[in-house]
Design a protein around this ligand. Structure first.
Ligand SMILES: Cc1cc2nc3c(=O)[nH]c(=O)nc-3n(C[C@H](O)[C@H](O)[C@H](O)COP(=O)(O)OP(=O)(O)OC[C@H]3O[C@@H](n4cnc5c(N)ncnc54)[C@H](O)[C@@H]3O)c2cc1C
Length: 634
């Protein structure tokens, strides 16, 4: 008699029941038993940067899913097992007499290597593995193939490749029942992870102890609480879970006008409570919302809309195309997608605070070189919302507190940190976003940081976001700043984005003194807010000059000089950090030619971006000298 399937359903990027092709495939097996499990993977606990807000969001999603499973079958739930999947699953295959392992495809670089290992042990154990894609509109690997085996670097490449792959599948309904889980003997030794290095140690209230017992402190496989994890409490108002995600989507869809005419560039980055875009990104990240559910619910509204609907790339469905574009780019490039060194699509700019790279495999180590004390100070002030530019500080404080910021706010702070202010490596900014975003998605985060720093996807580096003019377009009164930088709440509107210009008497009347670097809390018993850390126009011009020069030198992450560290010789004075280029070698010229495709796609026409100031002032610091005669940019 044929053995009835005994299935482990491994939840990872798909914390939902609706539209889950992988879960549907597991149920199609008509299993004798099905264990819905989650492996508490030490990679994310220790080696990925995750702040309290994202932990809480994950726990919300897990608890909601667990409750939904239990509603379908009171004998079942989401079983959280505290061990790395690579070591745990082979033991479960044996102990639980598993015949099938089913999960949603994940094309993230770490996930790929983890899944390879798991699939190989499944093969050895005679366990059949079923993998279905469901995280993106199209399977990223199929998109890459349809794009000539190349990463998708423009939205038109993505759209053409998508058309070749086929129609975006319609969502499938949630299951109406779930089989019982089988017995769950744990008569094997638990493998303890190596806790060092722990990138999240600053968020722990005590020693990390989530690996004390395989089935959790009560031995019941329950979803942990944040207290149990010993992580500081979350501060975000945003909550995770499929139930909430579907309710938010229902609300959006009910508003046909909003859904059908959504135009991203017209949405206000300064809007909060409510925000101007959907805020569905964390749900898409954790899979508590299916992107195809989102896509088709919106598309159906658009198809029936009587007025003039917006179109991709600025429309709502267009936003999902950007997501797929970054996923397919990452799927092709793997680990190297997330760093400059070794990345053949990422321009090399001699930023300050560049990542340290490990010799043998060429991967970043997680540490960086402090080549400039001033740049390090600017970075810390940017991170902690003390730059002295209220718009930048408000956004960074919203990010830390709430874990979500509007897309154009991300544009502003990313441009400011990199090519439009500080000239600091985009990898530093991406790490901060990784730590604090509740929607952090390596593919989207990396891709967007490259876009904003004009190192890949986008190249119009002379267009910079002004921290003064840009927010004024949508928030003249500065309500957003008043909310997130409460020291400035009583400042007159005319000074809200430039408080340093207010006469001292006005500062006293507004009960806030503009002085110092943000480390002093009060001055003369009044709250203090820092002076701007530099003159923005001067810095913008210096950065644009640096970018122009670096583009002319034309190195990419995989250029030999970048890989072997001899890149300073391609710049005039052979000094780290300089961008003052000299003649470049034939080999490098060749690379410039190969990569000189200017990208024109954009999902956000930043229409208040300022062009380069023609009356350039002389630069300072490591970029000094960029105004010396240079060859025209090719
Ligand atoms: C520097 C920087 C870093 C970013 N990091 C992330 C990240 O880690 N995770 C993430 O999901 N998005 C990231 N984005 C993209 C974008 O800002 C967010 O997806 C968006 O702001 C989420 O808000 P929303 O759900 O209201 O978006 P909406 O405007 O409502 O869009 C709907 C959905 O489309 C997708 N989307 C929209 N714009 C983009 C985009 N440019 N790239 C990829 N997907 C997009 C998101 O899944 C989003 O939920 C980043 C953007 C920048 C500039």
């Amino acid at each position: 008699m044929a053995i009835k399937p005994r299935v482990i359903y491994w939840f990872r990027t798909d914390l939902r029941l609706h539209d889950s092709p992988a879960l549907a495939a597991a149920l199609d097996l008509k299993p004798e038993c099905l264990w819905p499990i989650w492996c508490w993977d030490p990679h994310y606990v220790y080696r990925a940067r995750v702040g309290p807000n994202r932990w809480q969001y994950l726990l919300d999603c897990q608890q909601d899913l667990s409750d939904s499973i239990a509603r379908l079958n009171p004998k079942s739930r989401l079983h959280v097992l505290r061990e790395a999947p690579q070591t745990l699953l082979p033991k479960l295959f044996k102990a639980w007499k598993v015949t099938h392992l089913v999960f949603e495809k994940d094309t993230d670089a770490y996930a790929r290597s983890r899944d390879e290992e798991v699939m190989s042990s499944a093969r050895e154990a005679g366990v059949q593995v079923i993998v279905k894609y469901g995280k993106t509109l199209w399977d990223p690997d199929a998109v890459v193939k349809a794009n000539g085996n190349k990463p998708t670097m423009t939205i038109s490449q993505l759209r053409h490749a998508g058309e070749k792959v086929g129609d975006i599948p319609r969502p499938i309904p949630a299951p109406k029942s779930i089989p019982d889980p089988g017995n769950m003997p744990l008569d094997f030794a638990q493998t303890q992870p190596a806790p060092e290095p722990d990138l999240n140690s600053i968020y722990r209230t005590r020693k990390e102890n989530s690996y004390e017992k395989l089935a959790g402190p009560n031995g019941d496989f329950a979803v942990p609480t944040i207290e149990e994890l010993g992580i500081k409490s979350a501060t975000t108002p945003h909550r995770g879970g499929e139930t909430g995600a579907l309710a938010v989507l229902d609300n959006i869809i009910k508003n046909e006008q909003y859904t059908a005419t959504f135009e991203k560039p017209k949405s206000a980055p300064t809007a909060f409570e409510p925000q101007s875009t959907t805020l569905l990104s964390p749900h898409l990240h954790f899979g508590s919302l299916s992107c195809r559910e989102f896509y088709w619910r919106v598309q159906d509204v658009v198809d029936n809309f009587k007025g003039k609907a917006s179109q991709p790339p600025v429309s709502l469905t267009g936003q999902l195309l950007f997501r797929d574009m970054y996923f397919a780019a990452q799927a092709k490039m793997g680990w190297k997608f997330s760093q400059t060194v070794g990345n053949d699509h990422c321009r090399f700019i001699p930023w300050h605070l560049r990542s340290k790279v490990d010799g043998p495999d060429g991967l970043v180590t997680g540490e960086y070189n402090i080549d400039s004390v001033e740049a390090e100070e600017w970075f810390q002030r940017w991170k902690t919302g003390r730059t002295g530019f209220p718009w930048i500080d408000a956004v960074m404080r919203q990010l830390k507190q709430e874990g979500w910021i509007h897309h154009l706010a991300r544009h502003s702070v990313a441009c400011f940190l990199t090519r439009g202010g500080c000239y600091i490596d985009w990898e530093r900014g991406a790490e901060v976003f990784e730590e604090w975003l509740i929607d952090h998605e390596t593919a989207c985060n990396t891709g967007n940081w490259q876009w904003l720093s004009c190192t890949a996807f986008f190249s119009q580096f002379y267009r910079c976001y002004s921290p003064i003019a840009f927010p004024q377009k949508t928030d003249k009164n500065g309500d957003f700043v008043r909310h997130f930088v409460p020291e400035l709440k009583d400042f007159p509107a005319k000074y809200i984005y430039e408080p340093w210009k207010a006469p001292i008497q006005d500062q006293r009347t507004a009960k806030c003194i503009i002085k110092g670097d943000g480390t002093v809390q009060t001055i003369d018993e009044l709250p203090a807010y820092p002076k701007p850390m530099f003159d923005f126009s001067t810095r913008r011009d210096i950065c644009i000059g640096g970018m122009k020069n670096a583009y002319r030198v034309g190195l990419y992450g995989n250029s030999p000089k970048v890989v072997n560290g001899s890149w300073p010789s391609a710049f005039d004075d052979d000094a780290e950090g300089t961008t003052d280029g000299k003649n470049i070698s034939e080999q490098d010229t060749l690379e410039v030619e190969t990569h000189r495709q200017i990208q024109t796609d954009t999902n956000s026409k930043a229409d208040s971006l300022k062009p380069m100031n023609k009356n350039k002032r002389k630069g300072t610091g490591t970029l000094e000298g960029f105004l010396r005669p240079q060859k025209a940019m090719k």
